[in-house]
Ligand binder design. Structure first.
Ligand SMILES: Cc1ncc(C[n+]2csc(CCOP(=O)(O)OP(=O)(O)O)c2C)c(N)n1
Length: 627
C-alpha cells in the first residue's frame, strides 16, 4: 500500500516516521509527473519543492501556522499534502484545482498568488495581524531566488527587519539558481557564494593572518573576529545581505535532505525574530528530463512520461510571440538603435533568439517590470528605441512607471504586450484582460491590437517610427496562418480598415476578436442579416471619422474586444459617439463583464464569458429585434 494514499492532511503526514518520508517524496513526485504530463503545468519548480513542502507541513502546525508560497507555482506537493490529493488530477482544468495557491480553494492556502514576490510582504502582514490579535502562530514565506529579484521582496524585508524585529516570521529562500531561465543580476552571483566548510576554514585563516599582520591593532582585531563567529560568517556567506535587514540567517542547506531540513526547521521555529533560511534545491529534481531541461519544464504542456517528449500537437502556424520575436530581429538588423527589454521572460516573450544575436542590445532585468520600464525610459532619453516586451498581466506592476516615466514626457518607448486577452489554464491572476482599459486613460499613449500576424508586424514598424509611447497587445497562442507580407508597411496612425460591408449591423472589432467578427458575419449572412466588419486596429486614437460616419449609416453597432468592458475599446466607442453628439445609435458591447475570469481552456472561457462569434451573432439578433 502506498504511503500517500493515507495522507489526507498534514496531521496524517505527522503520523509517518522520518524514515518513511523519502519514500513519500518519491510517491508525490511520481503523482506530480504523472498528472502534469496530462494537464501541463509548472513541473520543474514543483518537483524542486517536494521536500520543502513535506518538511514544512511535518514541522509546523498548518493551517494554524500560516504558509505562503511565492508565485504559488511550486506548490503542487503542498496541494497534495493538504487534502487535495484526490482532486489533483484536475489541476488547471476548468472547475478543477488551480495551478497556483488560492485562498478560496483551501484553508492551507493563505494567499492567492500568481504574480511573484508578494510572499514576504503578505506574510509580514499576517504576522503583524496575529500579533495584534494576540494569536500565537508562526508565519512562513517560501520565496525563490528568481522572485528575490523583484523590488517588493526587499520592501518587505526592509519593514520586517525594522520595527517588527520581534515578529515571528520565517522566510525560506528556495535557491535553485534559476528563474524561468537562468537567474540574472548581481544577486544571483551573490547567492551562489556558498562556501564549503573547508573553504570557510581557509578563508578564516587567510583573514586571520591578514588581521594579525596589521601593526598594533592586528591581534585585537583577530581576537574580535574569532569571537564573533556570526559576523565572520556574514563576511563570507550570502547571509550578509539578509543580516543587514536584521534577519537571522541560516544556511545554505541542501533542500532535498529531509532529515536535515526537519532538524533545522525544528530549531528555528522557536526563534522569536525574523529568520531567513537559505535552502538550495534543484529545479526538476527527480525527473531526469526536467532536471536536464528545467527551462522547458518550468511551464510545460502535455508530455510523454517515459521520454519527456512534448505531446501537444505541433501547430504549423507560428504564435504571435514567434512572429513578434522574428520581426524584431529583422528590424534590429537594420536599425541599431533598437534594444529589447524583458522582465525574466526571454523565452515567453519570444526574445531568446534576439538575445543570442544582439547580446549587447538585450536586457533581462529580472522579475522587475517597474525597473524595466523606467530603464527603457532612460534609454529612450538617449535616442535609443527600447522595445519592452512584457505580458499584459505583469505590465500591471509597472503602471506608474508607464505613466510617470514614459507618458508624461512622451518618451518613445514601445510596449510589446504579449498574452493580451484570455490566457487559459493559468487563470485569474494571469489573464490579460485589463490592458486596453489601464492604458487608454494615459495621455500620449497610442494603443493598437493586431487582427493577424501581418497587422502585428506592421504595428511594430509603426511603433518604431512613432515619436512617443506606443503599445500593441496580442494574444497567447497561434496567429492566423496568413502569408506574411513583404515589405512590412507601417500603418497610418489611428486608422481602421473596413473588411466587409453590409447594411444591417456594424461590427467594430479590435485584435483577435476581428476573426470572431468575420465568423459571426458569415453566420448572420445565412440568417439574412448583412454586417459591416471593421478591423479598428487602434484603440487610441480611435478612427473617429470612420466609426462615426459608419454608425450614422448603420445605427446598430456591436463592439468586440477581449478585455473587460469597463473602460475598454467599447467604452471608447461609446464616448466617441457621445462626444460627437450622435443620437439614436444602439450599441452592444461585447467584452468581459465586471468580474475575474477563472482558469480553463481559452476557447471554453471565451464561450462561457460571451466574447466569441456566437455571442456576436446573439447580440446582432437582439439589435435587429430592438429596431
Ligand atoms: C510579476 C511577475 N512577473 C513574471 C512572472 C513570471 N514568472 C513565473 S515564475 C517565474 C520565475 C520564478 O523564479 P523563482 O522564484 O526562482 O522560482 P522557481 O521557478 O525557480 O522555483 C517568473 C518570472 C510572475 N509570475 N510574476
Amino acid at each position: 500500500m502506498s504511503l500517500l494514499e493515507n495522507i489526507n492532511s498534514p496531521a496524517d503526514l505527522k503520523k509517518l516516521s522520518r524514515k518513511e518520508l523519502p519514500a513519500l517524496a518519491e510517491e508525490i513526485r511520481h503523482t506530480i509527473v504523472e498528472v502534469v504530463s496530462r494537464t501541463g503545468g509548472h513541473l520543474a519548480s514543483s518537483l524542486g519543492a517536494v521536500e520543502l513542502a513535506i518538511a514544512i507541513h511535518y514541522v509546523f502546525d498548518t493551517p494554524h501556522d500560516k504558509l505562503i508560497w511565492d508565485v504559488g507555482h511550486q506548490a503542487y506537493a503542498h496541494k497534495i499534502l493538504t487534502g487535495r490529493r484526490d482532486q489533483f488530477h484536475s489541476l488547471r482544468q476548468h472547475q478543477g484545482i488551480a495551478g497556483f495557491t488560492r485562498i478560496g480553494e483551501s484553508p492551507y492556502d493563505t494567499l492567492s498568488t500568481g504574480h511573484s514576490s508578494t510572499s514576504i510582504s503578505a506574510s509580514l502582514g499576517v504576522a503583524h495581524a496575529k500579533f495584534l490579535k494576540k494569536e500565537n502562530s508562526k508565519v512562513i514565506a517560501v520565496i525563490g531566488d528568481g522572485s528575490m529579484t523583484a523590488g517588493i521582496a526587499y520592501e518587505g524585508l526592509n519593514q520586517a527587519g525594522d520595527k517588527f524585529k520581534d515578529r515571528e516570521l520565517i522566510v525560506i529562500l528556495n535557491d535553485n539558481d534559476m528563474s524561468i531561465s537562468r537567474n540574472v543580476g548581481a544577486l544571483s552571483s551573490f547567492l551562489s557564494r556558498t562556501f564549503s566548510g573547508k573553504r570557510i576554514q581557509e578563508a578564516r585563516k587567510d583573514l586571520g593572518d591578514f588581521l594579525k599582520s596589521l601593526p598594533k591593532i592586528g591581534d585585537d582585531m583577530y581576537q574580535l573576529a574569532k569571537r564573533t563567529e556570526e559576523s565572520f560568517k556574514a563576511f563570507t556567506t550570502p547571509g550578509m545581505l539578509f543580516e543587514a535587514f536584521n534577519f537571522e540567517y541560516f544556511g545554505p542547506i541542501n533542500g532535498h535532505k529531509l532529515n536535515h531540513l526537519i532538524d533545522i526547521l525544528n530549531n528555528i521555529k522557536h526563534l522569536k525574530e525574523p529568520v531567513l533560511l537559505h535552502v538550495t534545491t534543484q529545479k526538476g529534481k527527480g525527473y531526469a528530463p526536467a532536471e536536464e531541461n528545467p527551462v522547458y519544464f518550468h511551464g510545460c504542456g502535455c508530455f510523454d512520461v517515459e521520454t519527456g517528449k512534448c505531446l501537444d500537437p505541433k501547430n504549423p502556424v507560428p504564435t504571435y510571440t514567434d512572429v513578434f520575436g522574428r520581426t524584431l530581429i529583422e528590424m534590429a538588423e537594420k536599425d541599431e538603435r533598437i534594444v529589447a527589454v524583458t522582465a525574466a521572460m526571454p523565452e515567453g516573450t519570444g526574445l531568446a533568439k534576439f538575445a543570442e544575436i544582439f547580446p549587447d542590445r538585450f536586457f533581462d532585468v529580472g522579475i522587475a517590470e517597474q525597473h524595466g520600464v523606467t530603464f527603457a525610459a532612460g534609454m529612450a532619453t538617449e535616442g535609443l528605441k527600447p522595445v519592452v516586451a512584457i505580458y499584459s498581466t505583469f505590465l500591471q506592476r509597472a503602471y506608474d512607471q508607464v505613466l510617470h516615466d514614459v507618458c508624461i514626457d512622451r518618451l518613445p518607448v514601445i510596449f510589446a504586450i504579449d498574452r493580451g486577452g484570455i490566457v487559459g489554464e493559468d487563470g485569474s491572476t494571469h489573464h490579460g484582460l485589463f490592458d486596453l482599459s489601464y492604458l487608454r486613460s494615459l495621455p500620449n499613449m497610442v494603443i493598437m491590437a493586431p487582427a493577424d500576424e501581418n497587422d502585428l508586424r506592421s504595428m511594430l514598424a509603426t511603433a518604431l517610427l512613432h515619436d512617443g509611447p506606443i503599445a500593441f497587445r496580442y494574444p497567447r497562442g497561434s496567429a492566423t496562418g496568413v502569408p506574411l507580407h513583404e515589405p512590412v508597411e507601417p500603418l497610418p496612425l489611428g486608422q481602421g480598415k473596413v473588411l466587409k460591408e453590409g447594411d444591417d449591423i456594424l461590427i467594430l472589432a479590435i485584435g483577435r476578436s476581428v476573426g470572431d467578427a468575420l465568423e459571426a458575419r458569415n453566420t448572420l449572412k445565412n440568417k439574412g442579416i448583412s454586417a459591416t466588419v471593421v478591423n479598428c486596429r487602434f484603440v487610441k486614437p480611435l478612427d473617429l471619422d470612420l466609426i462615426c460616419t459608419l454608425a450614422k449609416k448603420i445605427p446598430r453597432v456591436i463592439t468586440v474586444e477581449e478585455n473587460v468592458r469597463s473602460g475598454g475599446f467599447g467604452s471608447a466607442v461609446l464616448e466617441a459617439f457621445s462626444d460627437a453628439g450622435l443620437n439614436g445609435i444602439r450599441v452592444e458591447r461585447i467584452g468581459i463583464a465586471d468580474t475575474f475570469v477563472e482558469h480553463g481552456p481559452q476557447q471554453l472561457l471565451r464561450s462561457l464569458y460571451g466574447i466569441d462569434a456566437p455571442a456576436i451573432v446573439k447580440a446582432a439578433g437582439r439589435l435587429m429585434r430592438a429596431t
